[in-house]
Ligand binder design. Structure first.
Ligand SMILES: Cc1cc2nc3c(=O)[nH]c(=O)nc-3n(C[C@H](O)[C@H](O)[C@H](O)COP(=O)(O)O)c2cc1C
Length: 315
């Protein structure tokens, strides 16, 4: 933080910012990056937009999807199950649901809500455990399955351990084996470079999520910042480009979609309404985001979600 301004950026006097390199810095940087993007106006001939979006060959009411959260049923007070509550919101809204690290029995309960769901599995050191979870997800009608490859590294500089389960390295060959084993589209979540995007595409991933998992990597570049390069590198590959991190309003979603994402996930932006009001809170939050997205699309002449144009943006 700059001592003079309390901001992580150089103040007007050009003070050099001092950051700790902790995860929160990547989130602060990401927020600042999204906020500094502005848009021009293209209202003549503009019309109310259609938010309908196709992902994994399915049609959804909006490009704003649920996040791949996990572990929230452990913090649900009074027997509440926030993982199921946000799945119900996805079903009600007609958007794609995502689920992160959950054991099979929990995953089955969430899937039983009936929202189209993507299961993201941890990069376990035990490859058979990954293959078993892929198979279980498919049996429970998952739309797609994937791995959050950005969770390989722990804060001790080695491989992370989650819930006592060791995680391990992920190679392009591993990804190719998982993608081949999966009978549904396979997703690499946590791509933050052209290099990894190309490897994921070469491994046969049907989609990538450009993300740093709310700041896992110290000093991580903003996903929105690296997105245009990834879009360019994957042009014509058929790989869907999804994105998350810091998307809290429909305006954030608009910017990230204009920068090249096919769809986005709201993350911690739904956490507070979810824990306070359950399904209704999430529905309210995403409806408000859809209105904001529609507002900026109408202001900038974007009639549907296939027609975003990065030339309206000023960075
Ligand atoms: C409570 C919680 C649990 C999460 N669990 C997982 C997980 O198991 N797998 C995963 O890929 N991402 C997980 N994430 C990361 C989100 O999927 C998403 O990448 C991140 O929250 C986006 O950043 P944002 O919160 O700034 O929007 C989790 C995030 C939170 C807040």
């Amino acid at each position: 933080m700059s001592e003079a301004t309390g901001s992580p950026w150089p103040g007007p006097a050009g003070l050099i910012p001092v950051t700790s390199g902790k995860a929160e810095d990547a989130n602060v940087y990401n927020r600042a990056y999204l906020d500094r993007i502005h848009v021009e106006m293209r209202v003549i001939d503009s019309a109310r937009p259609d938010l309908t979006t196709s992902v994994f060959g399915r049609t959804f009411s909006s490009p704003i999807m649920m996040p791949a959260f996990s572990h929230l049923n452990k913090v649900g007070e009074g027997g509440r199950t926030p993982m199921e509550e946000y799945a119900r919101a996805a079903r009600e809204l007609g958007v794609l649901n995502w689920v992160g690290m959950e054991p099979d029995d929990e995953y089955a309960r969430i899937a039983a809500v009936g929202a189209p769901t993507v299961r993201i599995i941890k990069p376990f050191a035990d490859h058979d455990a990954i293959l078993e979870q892929i198979e279980f997800a498919e049996k429970n009608n998952a739309v797609a399955v994937g791995l959050d490859i950005d969770h390989v590294v722990g804060t001790d500089g080695g491989y992370d351990v989650v819930d006592g389960i060791p995680l391990g390295p992920v190679t392009q060959r591993d990804l190719a084996a998982y993608a081949k084993a999966a009978g549904v589209p396979f997703v690499a979540k946590g791509v933050l470079s052209v290099s990894d995007a190309r490897k994921a595409a070469n491994a046969g991933c049907a989609a990538i999520v450009v993300s740093h998992h709310h700041g896992r990597i110290p000093f991580g570049v903003a996903p929105a910042q690296v997105l245009p390069r990834i879009r360019e590198a994957l042009e014509g590959s058929g790989v869907a480009i999804l994105c998350d991190c810091g998307i809290d309003t429909g305006y954030d979603a608009y910017k990230v979609l204009a920068l090249g994402a096919d769809a986005v996930s709201v993350g911690r932006g739904i956490l507070r309404p979810l824990l306070a009001e359950g399904t209704a809170g999430v529905v309210k939050k995403v409806c408000a985001m859809n209105e904001q997205l529609s507002e900026l699309m109408l202001y900038t002449g974007v009639r549907d979600t296939r027609l975003f144009d990065p030339t309206v943006l000023y960075l």
